[in-house]
Structures are given as C-alpha cells and as structure tokens.
Design a protein around this ligand. Sequence first.
Ligand code: SAH
Ligand code: SF4
Ligand code: F3S
Length: 469
Amino acid sequence: MEKVSKKVSKKIYIETLGCQMNKSDTERILGILSHYGYMPSVEDEADFFIVNTCSIRKLSEDKAYSKLGVWGKMKKKNPDIKIAIAGCVAQQEKEGLLKKFPYLDLVFGTHNIYELPELIKELETPAEDGSRKRICAIRDKAVPEKDFNIIRSHGVNAWLPIMEGCNNFCTYCIVPYTRGRERSRTIETILNEAKKIIKEGYKEITLLGQNVDSYGKDLDGKPTFAKLLAELDKLEGDFRIRFTTSYPTDITDEVIETVKNADKICECFHIPMQSGNDRVLKAMNRRYNRAQYSEIVNKIRTQIKDVTITSDFIAGFPSESEEEFQDTISAINELGLDYSNTAAYSPRPNTPAGKMVDKFIPNNIKKDRLARLNNTVKAASKKSNEASVGKIYEILVEKIKEEDSKNGLKRIAEGRSRNNKVVHFESKTAKVGDFINVKIKEALVWCLKGDEIPTQFKKDCTVIKAAKQ
Ligand code: SAH
Ligand code: SF4
Ligand code: F3S
C-alpha cells in the first residue's frame, strides 16, 4: 500500500462519542491511519486530533463542539497540530463546520472512512500558495470498505459491524440521515473478520447494526440474520457472540430458534420499544403497537430460558400526554423488561418530529418524566437481578480490582453472564478472559454478587446446554 509519509513520529488521539458503531469506526480509523505513520497516543502528546461524533441528541452534539473548543485553544499555542471532526455530526453539518470552527482542518463523515488515505495525503501536501489546507469531505454514498488493519481496544470484547444504516425513519431519529440506507457486509467478510478476532484472543464478539434483523436484505441471495448467526456459531474457539440492535417486529422465529439452539450466542436481546402507548408509537413511525411488542417479548421469553430483554425509551416525545407517558411506565413493569436506556426527547434537525414545534413538551415536564422513567427502570433492574439469586452463571471476566474489606484487601473479579448481567465475585486466581462458574448470592440495582464455583463451566458444554433448556 502506498505510504503518504515515511515519518513515524505522528501521534493521533481520537475522542469517541456515541454508540458502539462509532467505537468500531474509531478502531478502523486508527488502523487506516497507522498505515500512514500515525500511531495512537494519549491526548496530551498527540499532534492530530479527531472527535468521532454522535448526533442522536443535542447534548451529544454539544459534547463534540466543546472538545473542538479545547483543541482550538491548544492550536493557538501550537499551530502545527491538526484537528478533524468525523462521525454523525460531521455527516449532518458538513462544510458548515469549517465556517463555525476556524481551527478545524478536516471534516469527514460516516460514509468516507476508507477515503482517509487520500484525505490525509491531501492534507499533508502543502498548498502551492503556502496557505493552510482545510478539507470537507462528505459523501452521500458510502465508499466501499478496504482491507486495512483494525486497531481494536483492549479487553475481552471485539466489535464486529454486520450492517450499517437504517431505512426506518422513525420521526425523532437522525440516524437514517447520518448513516444512510441499510448496507450489509457479506457473510464471507464477516466470518473472516470473526476468525481474525478469535485468533487475536478476544472472548466475545458483539455484532453491530442499527437493525441487525435487516441483515442481508440488500445482498445477493438475501442471506438472513439467522443464517449469519448460525454460521458464526459454527466457528471453532472459546468465545461468545452478542448482537445489537433488534427492531421489535423484524425479529423472526428463525432468529429466536437460532439463539435458542446455538452454543455461543448469548441469551439477550436489545429491543427498543421507545413508548408504551400506541398513539405515540404511531406518531414516532414505529411499525408496531404495544400488543405486538409484547407478543415478541413473550415469545422470546417462552422459547429461551433466562433470557435478558433490554429496551430504550424516550420521555416527552412531542405531543405525549401524561396518560400516554404512564403507558410507558406500565409497559416496563408489565413486560418485566430487565433494563432500559432512557432519554428525554431532543429535537433533531430535518426530522419530522423536530418540526412539531407547537407540540414540544416543556423541558421541566420532560425532565420530570425522565426522572420517573429512570426510577421505574431502576426498580425493574433490581427486580430482574433479584430473580438471578441462587442461579449459576458462566461469567466472562472483564476486570480484576482490589477492594478494601475488614480482613484486608480482597481481589474482586468483574464480568458478565451470558445474559449480560454484571457480576462481581471474589477470586484469588481469576484472570481477564477466563470463563468462570459463579453462584449468585446477592442482587444490587445494577449488578450481582456471587461466589466462584471451582468448575470450569465453559469446558463442560453439558452445563451450558442444561442452562439453555
Ligand atoms: N436502531 C435503534 C436505535 C438507535 S438510536 C432502534 O431502532 O431502536 C438509540 C436510541 O436513541 C433510540 O433507541 C432512542 O431511544 C434514542 N433516540 C434517538 N433519537 C432520539 C431523540 N431525538 N431524542 C431522544 N432520544 C433519541
Ligand atoms: Fe433511528 Fe428508528 Fe432507525 Fe433505530 S430504527 S436507527 S430509532 S430511525
Ligand atoms: Fe450517535 Fe451516530 Fe451512533 S448519531 S448513536 S453515533 S449512529
């Protein structure tokens, strides 16, 4: 591959905001730039700064701008540093950002990460008139991916995007405008990447997509998400598979059946409901009602033992009445959702809901609804955790820490069960990446505590099978 510069002294720092897809993009950006002499660095030592942005709410957008402000001040002292903005805000705001932030050198979007080599080359080549180059590179259609290294973050989990984009156009959401239409990677590309991940020693693969169930609809032969899951499950190795996000009514019986029967696919589904009220769901352009959502959840629960179902909810969607909001609260309780992400509605540019200005809910009411929603989620999480007490879970250890106790320092391992519960347990020997059998003894709001059982759960597949039946 052509090198832009042979100097190996360039240091890059990327601040990543937003969802797992952005984290995954950052790993790819680092990999691409490493081919051109840019090595990852801490913020204090970097000379090339990128903020990989999220646009889902105004607050996330503002976070990106405040980061740019910090770097802009640094640039006043050191004009040689380069500052770039990437991701969903870049895709949404385009060249306007160059005008708004005079110290910005480069704007690139979600569609042109694989164009970075050309962009960097252009940025590094001095202008004929000696002026500072400033580039805005935003595309409407994605540049096809190329085979670069990926500099993944450490830990037990590796992100693996399977599809990107969204065709759903929920009225509040900016994602279809920042990520474009649904595009799937081929089964072969995904399997090859998964094999590399396993070889590198990662113990968990999280499949990413705005709507994983739409996987394959745009590919030749239309391979289904269930087929992809089944193929991944066949790969050799000691690892787990997770996936996110599922669109309620797109989850097929075939997917449920595959998760049920597979050894490596974890028993959890993230299925955003957004609202528990049918009128609000319609106004949001979600293609299901409460009863249909509930049917899916019940189907999954009856088929898959000990499955965790998590969701997302928005409080204060334009026009939402107090009674309608109460339907969201009652849905969480009625459906026994294990955990939910919550947010107050935030108007986004160019979205249909963002134009319903006369129906906007005042901030104080949104805040109050969000607080009540959070209390409901907290209680639901505690209840769900309590149901785990007495059970034996296979924990994949993610961290080891030391904790003060009456008897001196205790060595505590932290990890996740297959059904995605955070579990802490004391262990003298557990290492990051180990699969350890733990009996749950105590439920806290957001995590569980347990005791290590000295058998190697993972090695005994009959235990996993038993847990699945
Ligand atoms: N594809 C997923 C959601 C991706 S966005 C799905 O279909 O559900 C992640 C979450 O952000 C959404 O589930 C929603 O709850 C929240 N969100 C999106 N737009 C928002 C907005 N304008 N204001 C507040 N929350 C929003
Ligand atoms: Fe946004 Fe809806 Fe697409 Fe999810 S399904 S990314 S909420 S438009
Ligand atoms: Fe945010 Fe873009 Fe992800 S808007 S949630 S970073 S797809």
